[in-house]
Ligand binder design. Structure first.
Ligand SMILES: NC(=O)c1ccc[n+]([C@@H]2O[C@H](COP(=O)([O-])OP(=O)(O)OC[C@H]3O[C@@H](n4cnc5c(N)ncnc54)[C@H](O)[C@@H]3O)[C@@H](O)[C@H]2O)c1
Length: 374
């Protein structure tokens, strides 16, 4: 029989409910308490986890006896403060949604508290666990293109969805689009390059989305398209192309890595629930293409995902595989894949990109990658 892990969930809106659906697929994972202040979201969460104690606040959640782990899925701007409170008051394991912070001046305190914590801390970076991306990573590790020199990540997707109290409409709440959304991609770039970023240049704008919206008279200020160029210490380079008014695309993410022996591409569809199946038929399946230089001839593979796992979220099955890793870190002493340090570094690259986009200047990251000069 699987070992039982008792989870508490903080924040149970759209993504918190994706965590619930995926935890339900793991034998041994038990959600025993959920803190969620919004009545609608609380009712939806209660349907997914009918046995869980329903609470309103972090304070109430921290009083629940017998928890093993917390999953933090609140709006970005609350993460740093909540994580610090959890680390100060408990020894619990924590899986916290990205971005782990939204401001540069939060780095030091979060890093220090995380370093002292006795239990596993894991930053949720779902894109690492998408099956086509893990397939691309295996090709890289097997040396199928030699040492990767260039990496590009193109995300063409739908605009930001509506969130509880519209928190995602303002940079002050999200950290900015290049932090909120794109810390995933900067994390992926670090992972695939196995290297640290030294310089970032971004050109970005808000040219199409949310321009007609107003919240208490204030217009959203979030970027909807960007190019970000990233240099690594070793001389490897990467580029992000983000467009958030391109939901007509067949694939949402297109990732391309090139090395001296060939090229690797990975095509990942967006959330199946947005695909117009009634008119277009079944949603696209992810693909990975290896194109060696010699002999020429692309080798193409479809990477299907188990339909139950696919249906449990919007992220090509990744939330399930990430939770499996976290569960194993707790029950078998498995490795923490995405440390707080990884989470912080991905945010710092995003903050550097936001700064570069605002000033038109490249940003050099100082050694250690946890502060930037400009
Ligand atoms: N990794 C991914 O791919 C991915 C995808 C979507 C969202 N996220 C992250 O998940 C987090 C939540 O995003 P979302 O899309 O679910 O937003 P959401 O607005 O749908 O959900 C946030 C929930 O937190 C609740 N909340 C607010 N303050 C709270 C508090 N103090 N205590 C407890 N609950 C509180 C809100 O009522 C809401 O239900 C964000 O950090 C977001 O960046 C990650």
């Amino acid at each position: 029989m699987s070992k039982v892990v008792r989870y508490g969930i903080l924040g149970c809106g759209m993504m918190g409910q994706e965590h619930l659906r995926n935890l339900a697929l793991i034998e041994g994972a038990q959600v025993v308490a959920i803190a969620e202040p919004d009545a609608d979201m609380k009712a939806q969460a209660a349907q997914l986890a009918p046995d869980a104690l329903m609470l309103d606040t972090l304070d109430e959640l921290l009083q629940v006896q017998g928890l093993d782990a917390l999953v933090v899925v609140t709006p970005n701007y609350q993460h740093a403060e909540q994580l610090l409170a959890i680390l100060q008051r408990t020894d619990l394991a924590v899986l916290i949604e990205k971005p782990v912070i939204t401001q540069l001046d939060q780095v030091a305190a979060v890093k220090a508290a995380a370093d002292r914590h006795p239990a596993p801390l894991w930053v949720a970076m779902e894109y690492r666990y998408m099956p086509p991306i893990t397939a691309l990573r295996s090709h890289l590790e097997q040396g199928d293109i030699g040492q990767m020199q260039m990496l590009s990540v193109r995300e063409h997707r739908f605009p930001f969805l509506e969130k509880v109290n519209d928190w995602n409409r303002f940079n002050r709440n999200t950290g900015g689009t290049l932090v909120e959304k794109c810390c995933h991609f900067f994390d992926l770039m670090r992972l695939l390059a196995a290297d640290e970023v030294v310089r970032v240049y971004a050109s970005a704008g808000q040219d199409n989305n949310h321009l007609e919206e107003a919240y208490s008279g204030e217009r959203p200020d979030i970027l909807d398209n960007a190019y970000v160029v990233v240099d690594f210490a070793s001389g490897k380079r990467a580029m992000l192309e983000l467009n958030m008014f391109a939901e007509g695309s067949r694939y949402q993410e297109e990732i391309c890595a090139v090395g001296p022996r060939g090229k690797l591409e990975c095509f990942v569809p967006g959330p199946g629930r947005f695909w117009p199946g009634a008119t277009l038929g079944p949603a696209p399946v992810a693909r990975v293409v290896l194109s060696p230089r010699e002999p020429k001839g692309p080798i193409e593979a479809e990477i299907p995902v188990d339909p139950n796992i696919l249906a449990a979220g919007d992220h090509n099955g990744s939330t399930y595989y990430q939770h499996l890793g976290f569960y194993r870190a707790l029950t078998e002493g498995g490795k923490v894949d995405v440390t707080v340090d990884d989470g912080l570094k991905a945010v710092v690259i995003g903050l550097a990109a936001q700064h570069s986009a605002a000033t038109g200047k490249a940003v050099t990251l100082t050694e250690g990658g946890l502060s930037f000069e400009y």
